[in-house]
Design a protein around this ligand. Structure first.
Ligand code: ATP
Length: 490
């Protein structure tokens, strides 16, 4: 195990973070305040793992008002800002490229199981014992006042021994009753560190589940933990490992009856871990949790999928996209296998948003993935010789512009047209055909006396156009493919 020293901490962080840390410690020495490194960074330092962030804890001296907030403000270098999070002095000291978090020691109590804790001033011991696992309840005194009268690491539980044994142990048997989201934290941490849950913690969790503790937790809190679980994919971790633990511990069905980890979700989730850490398609902006949930829930029945999304308080457009991913996936994978020609592959893939694209990629069989990679490398960023503005200047309008653009792109990627003139000629042809069909349909609709004639006529005109091959997920009137690549960012 790495020897925990201030020097070891400095060596493990970026220069910007080290500068902020030095500023805080210099101020702590000046005002004789006790400052400790606490929680995750101490754990990771001992394990010899990279430190992801710096969490400091401040012990005000008796009668002193110097807590985390006052210390951070006094220490802040000119280019840093202090953001206070709550009245108990949880603050972030940040520059443009670095930040550290500080908190004043506190105690917590739970008015009712599953509720957010009530926070009150407390001692260092209270603060460490309120934490989820003994391996997170370690403090390393950094300032002289913190070291005074103490020898080395502060470990009120069995944190050091549990780190050596690779065990997550809780402080008391009601730990998961108080806060069932700790079960999701346990799975995330166990998967990340390759730790196991101590037998006593398993039994505490079983009791909490048995007593229905999960019912009291809000969807927002559960979703935040699920988001963090998938965020670990950024470390190259397979999110299915944490989900498998949650399934084994019977947490999934405590979250929502019918929620499981279907075996079919395992390979795509494993590939997601790798794809987030080393993106196979350059420039994709994807939230791991959105893609992860789409993959995880895709092979559940539609009712369980919808109920799980509701339980996690996921609503609106994201919920719809996740709920409908299986349909998109099945159709797109079928078409990807059957499609011939670069233009048709592009027409299939270009309209997808980044997250759908990534979810599809990790769900595809090897041949499909190869096609997607080839498309991404060779065709995705290409711009055909005309733009929508060129087509409008050439006299096209309305849906004809989108239809012509996608026809031009397909023909151009297939090598069937090369020049701007050829593209404009095709555009004029498409424009004329759309106009002719629109007129015919309008006349027919008018003679039928339908009051929604123009709408029907437009629809008819579109449907009478020769559809670009294999592009049925490209709505006929959708914007040109390049713009539709990032629908959520428009
Ligand atoms: P990461 O390495 O992912 O940042 P972390 O261990 O630093 O993980 P945070 O979520 O940043 O975890 O939380 C900081 C500390 O606060 C943790 O080490 C843990 O001790 C404590 N903590 C966070 N959430 C809870 C909770 N629900 N119950 C008890 N303690 C918690």
């Amino acid at each position: 195990m790495t020897r925990p020293t201030l020097e070891a901490v400095r060596r493990s962080v970026d220069a910007g973070v080290a500068t902020l840390l030095d500023a805080v410690l210099a101020e702590a020495e000046r005002s004789d305040v006790a400052v400790h490194l606490v929680g995750g960074p101490v754990r990771d330092l001992l394990l010899g793992r990279p430190l992801r962030d710096i969490d400091l804890i401040v012990e005000p001296r008796d009668g002193s008002v110097v807590g985390a907030d006052a210390l951070a403000r006094a220490a802040a270098p000119p280019d840093a800002r202090v953001v206070s999070h709550d009245r108990f002095g949880t603050v972030r000291l940040a520059t443009a490229d670095a930040s550290i978090d500080l908190a004043t020691v506190r105690s917590e109590s739970y008015a009712r199981p599953g509720a957010l804790p009530s926070v009150a001033p407390g001692s260092l011991d209270d603060d460490l014992r309120r934490r989820d696992f003994t391996v997170n309840a370690l403090a390393l005194p950094l300032s002289a006042a913190a070291r005074r009268g103490r020898a080395g690491l502060i470990d009120p539980g069995t944190g050091r021994a549990d780190l050596a044994d690779a065990v997550l142990r809780v402080f008391h048997a009601r730990c998961f009753h108080d806060d069932p989201t700790r079960a999701l934290r346990a799975a995330r941490l166990a998967a990340r560190l390759s730790f196991r849950l101590a037998r006593s913690a398993r039994s505490a969790l079983r009791d909490a589940i048995g007593e229905g503790a999960f019912a009291a937790v809000s969807g927002d809190r559960l979703r935040r933990e699920v988001e963090r679980l998938f965020e670990d994919a950024r470390l190259g971790l397979d999110p299915a490992v944490a989900l498998r633990l949650l399934a084994d511990w019977h947490v999934l069905r405590a979250l929502e009856p019918g929620l499981a980890l279907p075996p079919a979700a395992l390979p795509p989730l494993r590939r997601l871990g790798r794809a987030i850490a080393e993106p196979p398609i350059a420039g994709l902006r994807a939230r791991p949790w959105v893609v992860g949930l789409a993959l995880w829930l895709a092979d559940l029945d539609a009712t369980s999928r919808r109920r799980t999304l509701r339980r996690l308080a996921i609503r609106g457009e994201i919920a719809t996209r996740i709920a409908e991913f299986p349909k998109l996936r099945d159709r797109a994978l079928r078409q990807l296998a059957a499609t011939r020609g670069r233009g048709a592959v592009d027409a299939l893939l270009a309209p997808l948003g980044d997250e759908a694209l990534l979810a599809l990629y990790v769900s595809a069989p090897p041949a499909g993935r190869r096609r997607m990679l080839r498309w991404a490398a060779e065709d995705r960023g290409k711009r055909p010789p005309v733009t929508g503005a060129d087509l409008v200047a050439a006299g096209l309008s309305g849906p004809a512009v989108g239809v012509a653009l996608s026809r031009i792109r397909i023909a151009w990627l297939d090598g069937a047209l090369h020049t701007r003139e050829e593209a404009l000629a095709l555009a004029r042809e498409v424009g004329a055909r759309v106009a002719r069909r629109t007129k015919q349909r309008a006349a027919r609709a008018g003679s039928a006396g339908a009051h929604d004639g123009p709408k029907r006529a437009r629809k008819a005109a579109r449907s009478s156009l020769p559809a670009p091959e294999a592009s049925s997920i490209l709505p006929p009137s959708s914007p040109p493919p390049n713009r539709a690549l990032h629908p959520e960012r428009q």
